[in-house]
Design a protein around this ligand. Structure first.
Ligand code: OXD
Ligand code: MN
Length: 665
């Protein structure tokens, strides 16, 4: 084995001698952690690799690109993935042998596996996520901008030889049903078999997607390496580790040329490049150029007791309950909610001037902690087989557990790092960002529309976040512009889905802060401009399940009871109820929010809708400071709506003062 790798190395060195890349000769061999080729400015090599990269069914453009990436990264072998069960079984068996996956008990959790990532590779890394556009202002103040030529050179340096000693997998995939009018194609190359099997679950991956790429087809190339070569530049080998990764990470996007490069991480959105990188960052830029929207939104079909159907899209920041709402089990009799998507929606105006949406994904990469029989029984049923769990705890009988899964806490577990754990350990058994990867087809509430390439007509768009104060349980924007303002003003308490301080309030406009592939102010303008493309635009609502009382208690029970809010939204859409104006939007009139059988005290219900003029004025002051970051590019419509809300609050404040004076006289 060593001999073969050494021979490969000599061959690749000669190959590199032909081009301008010069690799550092004395890269130290490390038992674990980073192996960092020095970043050396160099263009991608142009000459063909000597590896067998040909694939009979592949378009020459794909083969040429694969050859180019192989020449740079120097894998031992190139494997074209077909998405078959046989391929999945082969790769998972291989990963069990390598210690990357633990096979779970076949009776308790059939067909399922546990992966434990490196403790340094547990979430999206926003600080290392880059948008490379020729002009800095096209990335905008909320993105990490990089100059494209310089970034390409850096990337050529880190990717050079990064797959030595490994297999490079070619993963063709479609976001959305293959060939659909809203769907898009991509090809990811990766040296991570974990990424391959996850992409098989999360996208329409394999032979059909590859066959759909012809000479005139647009497809997005995505290069991924965990950045842990097994052979260094002078031919010395090292053993693999269970979760290879690199301390140096790049999640790099070139929205102008629609390319993705991800280096150093094997985790989630950093590695499954169809998801955040393509379906949000690159696709949002495509949407801007082509007149559509790529959004961080769940998508559901709601049926009321009269069998009328509504489709709702809802944007919440990461780990704020999109999966729970997508799989809602209504407590209100006669209502059903079916799941179309839990994370991403692509929405296009149709010929009738309505917004049509698909979920471009084929699976769910959901947050495990907090998902339990009492909070999301549908998800729990979905997870009973054929799941890849990452960073949850392992029970003594070979099953999984995480905080919030059951009320009863097991007496002994192996925690997410494989260490003995008991309830007295004082640390979480599962990582707070532990995940499940599962096919959408396993979801008991999945809607047939998931596979409809035409998508569904969106009747309403919801925006929300985790807000202890101020934001009402539900409110409706009086018009489209106010709706865009509502989306632009979303802020939320930070969760474990990305690095950062959990609980800290941060602005997350449209829940797209980490995902907009271009300037956020242009993104606001694009949303405002959609009004002209839509003769029947969706209604826009704000929701907040997380408001608390002065004593810190949640005021609203959430979960299945959120169906009461959904029912009010649908009643508004159907024109069945009126609403009461407040400075921040329209709220339910007394009696219109169905609280029958709900044990929420009347004062809590009042508090859920309270609009305190002083607190809101302070919120607007802060929002205005945030908006100032966008300078002249901030659309006037947003400034105008802010002024309108401010005026309404001033009037309300004046009314309140008069009332206080009157009652204290
Ligand atoms: C996700 C996220 O994984 O938003 O969906 O972080
Ligand atoms: Mn998400």
């Amino acid at each position: 084995m060593l001999g073969r790798r050494t021979r490969n190395h000599h061959r690749s060195r000669r190959r590199h001698a032909d081009v301008t890349i010069e690799l550092t000769r004395d890269v130290p061999v490390q038992p674990t952690g980073a192996l960092r080729p020095a970043p050396i400015p160099a263009p991608l090599p142009q000459q063909p690799s000597r590896l067998r990269v040909q694939h009979a069914g592949a378009d020459p453009s794909v083969v040429a690109w694969v050859r180019k990436v192989a020449a740079l990264t120097e894998p031992d072998a190139v494997v074209w993935c077909d998405g078959s069960q046989e391929e999945f079984d082969r790769l998972t068996t291989q990963m069990v042998q390598a210690g990357t996956l633990v096979r779970l008990d076949e009776d308790l959790r059939p067909g399922s596996f546990l992966a434990r990532s490196a403790p340094t590779d547990v979430a999206r890394v926003e600080s290392r996520t880059f948008i490379a556009s020729h002009r800095r202002e096209d990335a905008g103040p909320t993105n990490n901008w990089r100059e494209p030529t310089a970034l390409r050179e850096e990337l050529a340096g880190v990717f050079a030889g990064s797959m030595r000693g490994r297999t490079m997998y070619v993963v063709p995939f479609s976001m959305g049903p293959v060939g659909g009018p809203i769907s898009q194609l991509g090809v990811q190359v990766t040296d991570s078999p974990y990424a391959v099997v996850s992409m098989r679950t999360m996208t329409r991956m394999g032979a059909d997607a590859l066959a759909a790429i012809g000479p005139d087809t647009t497809w997005v190339p995505a290069v991924h390496s965990v950045g842990y070569p097994l052979v260094d530049a002078v031919g010395r080998s090292r053993a693999d580790v269970a979760w290879p990764c690199n301390d140096l990470k790049y999640i790099a996007h070139f929205p102008e040329s629609r390319e993705i490069f991800s280096f150093g991480s094997g985790y989630g959105g950093n590695a499954l490049l169809g998801k955040k990188c393509f379906a949000l960052r690159i696709a949002s830029a495509m949407g801007r150029d082509e007149g559509w929207l790529a959004e961080h939104m769940l998508l559901v079909k709601v049926t009321d007791p009269q069998q009328r159907q509504f489709h709702l899209a809802a944007a919440f920041p990461s780990a704020c309950g999109k999966t729970n709402l997508a799989m809602l089990r209504p407590t209100l009799p006669g209502w059903t909610v079916e799941t179309i998507g839990d994370d991403i929606a692509w929405m296009r105006p149709d010929a009738d001037g309505r917004l049509r949406a698909i979920n471009p994904e084929a699976g769910f990469f959901g947050v495990a902690p907090g998902t339990g029989w009492s909070t999301n029984p549908t998800a729990m049923q979905m997870l009973d087989r054929d799941v890849i769990f990452t960073n949850v705890a392992l029970t003594d009988d070979g099953d999984v557990w995480w905080e919030g899964m059951t009320e009863e806490v097991p007496e002994h577990l192996l925690d997410w790092q494989g260490r003995d754990w008991t309830p007295a350990s004082g640390t979480p058994a599962a990582h707070p960002n532990a995940r499940f990867t599962v096919s959408a087809s396993q979801c008991p509430s999945i809607a047939a529309e998931l596979d409809d390439p035409q998508g569904v007509v969106v009747d309403a768009v919801l925006f929300g976040g985790r807000r202890r104060t101020n934001v009402p349980l539900v409110s409706q924007a009086p018009d489209w512009k106010a709706g865009v303002f509502l989306g632009a003003s979303v802020s939320s308490e930070q969760t474990a889905a990305a690095e950062g301080t959990v609980g800290q309030l941060r602005h997350d406009p449209f829940a797209m802060l980490p995902f907009a592939g271009y300037d956020m102010a242009d993104y606001f303008a694009h949303w405002l401009g959609m009004e002209d493309r839509l003769s029947q635009p969706p209604a826009v609502f704000g929701v907040n399940w997380f408001r608390r009382g002065d004593d810190g208690r949640f005021l609203w029970p959430g979960f299945g009871e959120n169906s009461r809010v959904v029912a009010w939204i649908c009643a508004r859409l159907a024109g069945r109820v009126g609403a009461v104006p407040t400075p921040v939007g329209l709220v339910p009139a007394a009696g219109d929010l169905d609280v029958t059988g709900l044990d929420v005290p009347a004062q809590d219900l009042t508090a859920l809708f309270a609009v305190d003029p002083a607190a809101w004025t302070a919120e607007l002051d802060e929002l205005e400071t945030y908006f100032a970051r966008f300078g002249d590019k901030l659309p006037r419509d947003l400034t105008a709506r802010l002024a309108e809300v401010r005026d309404a609050l001033r009037a309300a404040r004046w009314e309140q003062r008069r009332w206080e004076e009157w009652t204290t006289d």
